[in-house]
Design a protein around this ligand. Structure first.
Ligand SMILES: Nc1ncnc2c1ncn2[C@@H]1O[C@H](COP(=O)(O)OP(=O)(O)OP(=O)(O)O)[C@@H](O)[C@H]1O
Ligand SMILES: Nc1ccn([C@@H]2O[C@H](COP(=O)(O)O)[C@@H](O)[C@H]2O)c(=O)n1
Ligand SMILES: [Mg+2]
Length: 199
């Protein structure tokens, strides 16, 4: 997998965006099962980096506790390494880019443009309910951090979605519905046009 070479074919990247608790991870797991993508969650990679005892661990942990966005260089390094290690050429990059700095740095470093952006649209009250009953022991799944994450989402992440929307690259999905119903819509987005059955 090359990310910057001119002669090598570039990998296919789909950015999966949406507010905290909108269901990005849940739907990515379904997409992987049906469509052969590798799922890379930026948040999961950062949490694994903390666990690994890396020199950036304490900084990352503090940023996550505050709902802040880790410097792009750190996250992009983790993403690039995971892409190389995967052996695949199709990636769902979940929870990235989270701000304009993430977006511009990824493009500059990898020269990869996303095929499209899958955007899960969900009301805040529903996202809050889901996070508070998630029970995965995440240090940022408490009401104080959740409020901060919502603020960062509105102020820094939504403008990235709007940027891609202005380029006609956003596939917006109503994520407030039950998991199976959301996946029916997602499935139609990933199914090649010539395989779709006319009704
Ligand atoms: N459509 C849905 N309806 C009800 N519950 C859902 C739905 N989608 C996901 N959930 C549940 O909501 C919680 C959050 O989902 P998930 O972890 O996939 O969200 P996320 O967007 O990845 O969140 P984060 O940004 O915090 O990582 C999980 O407990 C999941 O089982
Ligand atoms: N591009 C990113 C993605 C995530 N973070 C940090 O991780 C936290 C959890 O992310 P989830 O996608 O798992 O919800 C997030 O609140 C950020 O602190 C990041 O810095 N950059
Ligand atoms: Mg997630």
């Amino acid at each position: 997998m090359g990310t910057a070479g001119d002669s090598e074919k570039k990998p296919t990247v789909v950015f999966v965006l949406g507010g905290p608790g909108s269901g990005k991870g849940t739907q990515c797991a379904n997409i992987v099962e049906h469509f052969g993508y590798t799922h890379l969650s930026a948040g999961d990679l950062l949490r694994a980096e903390i666990k690994s005892g890396s020199e950036n661990g304490t900084m990352i942990q503090n940023m996550i506790k505050e709902g802040k966005i880790v410097p792009s260089e750190v996250t992009i390094n983790l993403l690039q390494k995971a892409m190389q290690d995967s052996g695949n050429d199709k990636f769902l990059i979940d929870g990235f880019p989270r701000n304009e700095e993430n977006r511009a740095a990824f493009e500059a470093v990898t020269k990869i443009e996303p095929a499209f952006v899958l955007f899960f649209d969900c009301p805040e009250e529903e996202m809050e309910r889901r996070i508070l009953s998630r029970n995965q022991g995440r240090e940022d799944d408490n009401i104080e951090t959740i409020r901060k994450r919502f603020k960062v989402f509105l102020e820094s992440s939504l403008p990235v979605v709007e940027y891609y929307d202005s380029k006609g690259k956003v596939q917006k999905v109503d994520a407030a519905k039950p998991i199976d119903e959301v996946f029916e819509v997602v499935k139609a987005i990933f199914t090649p046009k010539d395989e779709k059955v006319a009704v």
